[in-house]
Design a protein around this ligand. Structure first.
Ligand code: ACO
Length: 436
């Protein structure tokens, strides 16, 4: 980060001396005012719930220009990565900063492929869950439990430990998600197959049975790989910030990623793909496209508590570039499966059209986000709705680890410890119970 010639001056109306604050520039994007010494200089904190104006770290991984609707991983536009690179190349890029050449890619893929099995003991954790447990409840438990199996890679301050735990987590997430699914279906777990691609192997572990092989459909394999690429990282979102904050205490990487999984589960974040599909199914049950107008009235009525799921984003105030790519993939998958007339897809297109023309959405700059179409693709592939967010977690794991490792390697990193504006009772004395 580069010190700007520009400086910020903070003055007070009560006559307290004003303070000068340094301003730093990134390579692109807004400058930041450095307030680290503000408390020491003035005895005041800043107040920014929801981090609307606060950069919590410096990062060189992912850049979003929300007004333009631009997303770059290590400088590369998401459109180019989604078209020209696969998920393994994207993982290499996010973790190490560069796109691999053929030899690096082969080596990285081999390392990941050879860590896809999980310890046999892990299946006993699954047995403790009800068969109808939510997959994200299972994933939070299983990912956290990994720290109990890899005592040789839990020292976050050791770069080798960080690297091997990154490979292990990326490799094992598909196995864990598929196990969560097989457990709910009452089917035997399928072991990974090393001759398949990352996405192909996930499809195999999900849909093969010991009685019947699963032949990977290349269109579905590519679509799933694209879902993984599009969800791989998204700078300092809620779950990534959770991973950073959790990891800032020095806890092990498996525990920090489990915290990210828990945060992602919420419907305002990764749970939106599941919530979006449930919403489409509800409208379909109400009568489908003919009821879209009525549904939109509910969405615009603040007292109804109804939101158009898959719409709106804290950072994008323009079309989410991932939503465009996902819509493309959605069309490809539905065509390849002969589902062009899928009623939910048609409903989604109708909702999108109305929303993009409606003053409520236009004035608030609300556009479809990645989750608006990803649920339809996953459903067409045969992934159950309840598993959507777990698939998102699988894809986001690489981003979480890349961000965690970047933080640990940053000489300016400190344990995260936000401050507060206290509005509770001032000091008071405890009365004997009879006098309260
Ligand atoms: N439907 C209806 N109104 C909405 C929606 C929506 N989906 N999203 C935002 N608004 C309205 C808000 O009510 C608010 O209106 P107001 O100015 O009249 O009060 C205005 O738009 C601004 O929205 P905020 O909630 O203040 O924006 P914020 O940045 O805090 O929220 C969020 C962003 C949480 C993503 C929100 O848009 C939302 O809940 N969307 C639906 C859930 C969703 O799709 N989440 C996925 C996000 S992408 C991801 O995690 C992969």
């Amino acid at each position: 980060m580069k010190l700007s010639e520009n400086k910020a001056t903070l003055s007070f109306s009560n006559g307290s001396p004003s303070v000068e604050l340094p301003v730093y520039q990134g390579s692109v994007g807004p400058d930041v005012v450095d307030i680290r010494k503000l408390y020491a200089q003035t005895g005041m904190f800043t107040y920014d719930p929801g981090f609307l104006s606060t950069a919590s770290c410096q990062s060189a991984i992912t850049y979003i220009d929300g007004d333009k609707g631009e997303l770059l991983y290590r400088g590369y536009p998401i459109e180019q990565l989604a078209t020209n690179c696969d998920f393994m190349e994207t993982c290499h890029l996010l973790l190490y900063g560069n796109l691999p050449d053929a030899a690096d890619k082969a080596d990285f893929t081999k390392r990941v492929t050879h860590h896809t099995m999980i310890n046999e003991q892990m299946q006993f954790f699954l047995r403790g869950f009800r068969r109808d447990a939510h997959p994200m409840a299972i994933m939070t438990g299983l990912v956290g439990a990994l720290s109990a199996f890899y005592h040789d890679s839990t020292d976050i301050n050791n770069p080798e430990h960080r690297d091997i735990s990154a490979i292990r987590l990326i490799a094992k997430m598909p196995t864990l998600v598929a196990m969560a699914y097989k457990y709910s279906a009452g089917q035997p777990y399928m072991y990974p197959k090393n001759n398949l691609s990352y996405a192909g192997n996930f499809l195999h572990m999900m849909f093969a049975t010991p009685c019947e092989d699963y032949v990977v459909n290349p269109v579905i394999e590519r679509a799933l790989d694209r879902i993984f690429v599009l969800h791989a990282d998204h700078e300092q979102n809620a779950s990534t910030s959770t991973v950073r904050l959790c990891g800032s205490s020095g806890t092990n990487p498996f525990a920090a990623i489990a915290a990210g999984v828990a945060c992602l589960w919420g419907p305002a974040h990764g749970g939106a793909n599941e919530a979006c599909l449930n919403m489409l199914e509800d409208i379909q049950k109400m009568g489908g496209i003919s009821k879209v107008g009525q549904f939109m009235e509910q969405v615009k009525d603040k007292n109804s508590g109804v939101k158009l799921m898959g719409f709106g984003h804290r950072v994008y105030k323009n079309y989410d570039p991932r939503a465009k790519l996902m819509q493309e993939t959605c069309k490809e998958v539905l065509a390849s499966l002969g589902l062009e007339n899928d009623p939910l897809f048609k409903l989604a297109m109708a909702l999108e059209k109305i929303a993009l023309e409606d003053e409520y959405f236009v004035s608030r700059k609300l556009y479809p986000n990645v989750d608006f179409y990803s649920g339809i693709v996953q459903r067409a592939i045969g992934i159950p709705v309840g598993l959507f967010t777990a698939v998102f977690a699988l894809a986001r794991t690489v981003g979480w680890i890349a961000q965690l490792n970047e933080m640990i390697g940053d000489p300016e990193y400190k344990i995260g410890r936000p401050r507060q504006l206290f509005t509770g009772s001032v000091r008071r004395d405890v009365l004997p119970i009879a006098q309260r």
